[in-house]
Design a binder for this molecule. Structure first.
Ligand SMILES: [Fe+2]
Length: 356
């Protein structure tokens, strides 16, 4: 099937691609929709400082887009992702607020998210889930981020099947829907929850399950994932204290995505955690048997790979570039400061923040 995508000129191949939209400069159309891209057209676009063109991709030219996706800079991925993200968030807010969460509406958002996430490449995941979160929009931002991370995990784990993938993304979007049944004053509280409030908050997986049971077409797999996303492998989770294999695959995936995104969030009562503190917490969770060992190992390996080459601040006052992530403890990378290589594990130095 043909797709329409924006490509930088260096990926526009003369003779192989057609324009997906008109390009006009100063009122003059220099490229018409449907026209075959030629050397002359690329030259004219360059001369007029047009950096990219909308292209109709067929099966022959699809590979060039895949190559571009693999190699484009993280900032470009973020800019493209952000465009679709706004609409996804608007639609999700609307259906949650209006209680119009039918199967078709949720599925349409999941499909939009999958199309939007297909351009998220290695190196940009961290940027895409980072972001400012107004307190009243936290639920939506978090739900979309969890769905995006679940979508990525699906690929990282080598899972296949379009239907399975869309159900996982729907479960990600819906995992905290039960929170809409909880008093807004508690949900949007800007300080730490007390014990009574925590008891109420912990009911949200149950409420979510109840809401989903009233929606026609939502599969048992989605309902179960929402019900169990706070369960822990060692039985210390809630609401049912399930253990190990009694927790479904989707729920085990969502719990990792949920914890990662929640820790990355800037909360009013607690600033965003450094990714390296997040790695530390995950390593502990992994060792304590809270999370699926294999799955969290794979997740950390993938997420941490994004940090190689990034500038970080150290608690000894120096800043440097990460040159190697330590697979035994991802929170302790090797950092190059000028000509000096610091092994943060053996040199007892901690990474306090990521600078770029
Ligand atoms: Fe939750």
């Amino acid at each position: 099937m043909n797709e329409v995508r924006v490509l930088p000129l260096k990926y526009c191949i003369p003779g192989l691609m057609r324009a997906g939209s008109d390009v006009a400069v100063g009122g003059n159309v220099i490229l018409r929709r449907g026209a075959v891209i030629t050397d002359g057209i690329i030259g004219a676009l360059k001369k007029n400082e047009v950096p990219e063109a909308t292209i109709i991709l067929n099966s022959e030219s699809q590979d060039y887009y895949s190559d571009y996706k693999m190699n484009k800079p993280a900032e470009q991925c973020l800019a493209e992702y952000a465009l679709g993200y706004k609409k996804i968030k608007r639609d999700l807010m609307r259906i949650f607020i209006k209680r119009s969460y039918t199967y078709e509406n949720i599925r349409a958002i999941a499909e939009m998210l999958i199309a939007n996430a297909s351009g998220v490449s290695k190196g940009s995941v961290f940027l895409c889930v980072d972001g400012v979160r107004p307190i009243d929009e936290y639920l939506y931002t978090h739900s979309i981020n969890v769905a995006l991370l679940a979508y990525l995990m699906f690929g990282w784990m080598g899972m296949s099947g379009d239907e399975e993938r869309i159900e996982l993304v729907m479960a990600g979007l819906l995992h905290d829907i039960g929170k809409i049944k909880i008093d807004k004053n508690i949900i949007s509280k800007t300080s730490v929850f007390d014990a009574a409030e925590m008891r109420i908050i912990k009911k949200h997986p149950l409420y979510g399950h109840e809401i989903l049971c009233e929606i026609d077409g939502i599969s048992d797999r989605i309902k179960e994932a929402v019900y169990s996303h706070h369960e822990k492998i060692n039985g210390s989770g809630y609401p049912r204290g399930l253990k190990g294999g009694d927790i479904g695959l989707f729920a085990r995936m969502l719990s990792i995505c949920d914890i990662y995104d929640a820790m990355m969030a800037n909360k009013v009562y607690r600033p965003r955690q450094s990714s390296f503190h997040v790695f530390d917490v995950f390593m502990n969770d992994k060792l304590n048997g809270n999370l699926d060992f294999e799955m969290v190992t794979m997740f950390l390996e993938r997420i941490s790979g994004d940090f190689v080459g990034k500038m970080v601040k150290l608690d000894n006052g120096l800043s440097g570039k990460i040159i190697f992530m330590n697979p035994v403890d991802y929170s302790r990378p090797m950092v190059q400061v000028g000509k000096l290589i610091i092994n943060t594990e053996t040199d007892r130095v901690a990474v306090t923040d990521v600078l770029d």
